[in-house]
Design a protein around this ligand. Structure first.
Ligand code: GDP
Ligand code: MN
Length: 349
């Protein structure tokens, strides 16, 4: 596929404040957005917020990925929202199609049954390719070669807080491999065998587990590892290490899942897949909660409630999801002692 940068579209000096001094990104990092051409308005909205809240000071590039060619309009109307570099790539067909071992008839049957049961995206074929792509392939796209960190951005999301420090530098300085802002429980009908498939993998490959007692594995279960409680980091917001996803450990884990077929015979989401890997493989001190990044992906909001953080945000902290019934933040707090919390809100619940 032909890759196009904004250089092809921008004339003159481009958008942005001419008086502003822009620092060159220090860390090899990029925003990564998977989108369809029809997501143009939502993509533009997300970019403008990213620029306003963070990137006008840091100038990290954007990488847009699509299973089809982006239109010239999409490229022009997104690159015009930022003075940072923008890159547009097509997903290789092998990364967005059925692997040979998948029985497509059986997959179609699953979609029909799940549709009838009213399971969210249960009848969707494209959603399954998308989840498999986000689970196992986006970090292998040639446009991401040479990058160390990614920040996943979706169309139609909101950022509420000024982020005045270099997030990627902070990740690197602290050796964080994965950052999140919303966690919740998964619909178990979408992942009936994901837990067993995952536990089998780690039983067969214990060398990939974080050192004993250092991971957040116990966060995943309420009955001593018998079943999965569904807790996962919401992957529509992610700031992570590409090196981690490209590691032998993660790649072997993904291959194991892909072979088992649950991306098509069930409806495994990339959020539980990433989270199960993170929770098993990383020590908890390499996982960071971005409490300071107020965020909305419909219908859930993370809005910081601490005054010192709220001061930089325009969200209403009364709608903060952290302590709702479906949130997994309580369980995380119990497990990870140095987690940044609002003690007051927590104790009131
Ligand atoms: P949800 O957040 O689980 O409801 O799923 P979304 O519809 O937001 O999809 C997740 C991400 O994948 C978003 O960034 C979408 O733009 C993108 N996406 C979903 N389906 C497709 C697809 O068929 N093609 C492309 N190019 N992007 C997709
Ligand atoms: Mn979404």
């Amino acid at each position: 596929p032909k890759e196009v940068t904004n250089k092809d579209f921008m004339s003159g000096s481009g958008p942005g404040n001419a008086n502003m001094v822009t620092k060159k990104p220090k860390v090899k990092a990029a925003f990564v957005m998977l989108a369809r051409n029809s997501n143009l308005d939502g993509a533009r909205s997300s970019i403008q917020q990213m620029e306003d809240r963070f990137n006008r000071n840091f100038n990290y590039p954007y990488i847009f990925l699509n299973d089809e060619e982006f239109t010239d309009e999409f490229k022009e109307m997104t690159s015009s929202m930022t003075k940072a570099q923008t890159f547009y790539g097509v997903v290789p067909r092998e990364h967005w199609s059925y692997p040979d071992h998948i029985d497509t008839e059986k997959a179609a049957e699953t979609r029909r049954t799940m549709e009838e049961k009213g399971i969210i995206y249960g009848g969707s074929e494209s959603y399954r390719h998308m989840c498999r792509y986000q689970s196992g392939f986006f970090f292998r796209h040639p446009l991401l070669d040479g990058y160390e960190y990614y920040w996943r951005v979706e169309p139609d999301i909101s950022y509420f807080c000024d982020v005045d420090y270099d997030v990627f530098q902070m990740m690197k300085d602290n050796d964080y491999k994965y950052g999140w802002t919303v966690s919740l429980t998964e619909y178990m009908e979408t992942i009936p065998t994901l837990w067993k498939t995952t536990r089998d993998f780690f039983q067969q490959n214990p060398q990939y587990l974080a050192p004993k007692g250092e991971s957040v594995e116990p966060w995943l279960t309420d009955n001593n590892f018998e079943t999965y409680n569904g807790c996962h980091f919401w992957s529509n917001f992610e700031i992570g290490s590409l090196e981690f996803l490209r590691s032998e450990a993660y790649m072997k884990y993904f291959e194991h899942l892909d072979r088992a077929g649950g991306f098509f015979y069930e409806r495994w989401g990339d959020a539980p897949v990433h989270s199960l890997a993170v929770a098993h493989m990383l020590p908890s001190d390499q996982i960071h909660f971005f409490n300071d990044i107020g965020y909305l992906h419909n219908p859930l909001t993370h809005c910081p409630t601490e005054k010192y953080l709220r001061a930089k945000c325009h969200c209403n902290s009364a709608v903060n999801f952290d302590w709702d019934a479906w949130s997994c933040a309580n369980r995380y707090k119990r497990l990870v002692p140095d987690f940044v919390w609002n003690e007051k809100t927590y104790n009131e619940k």
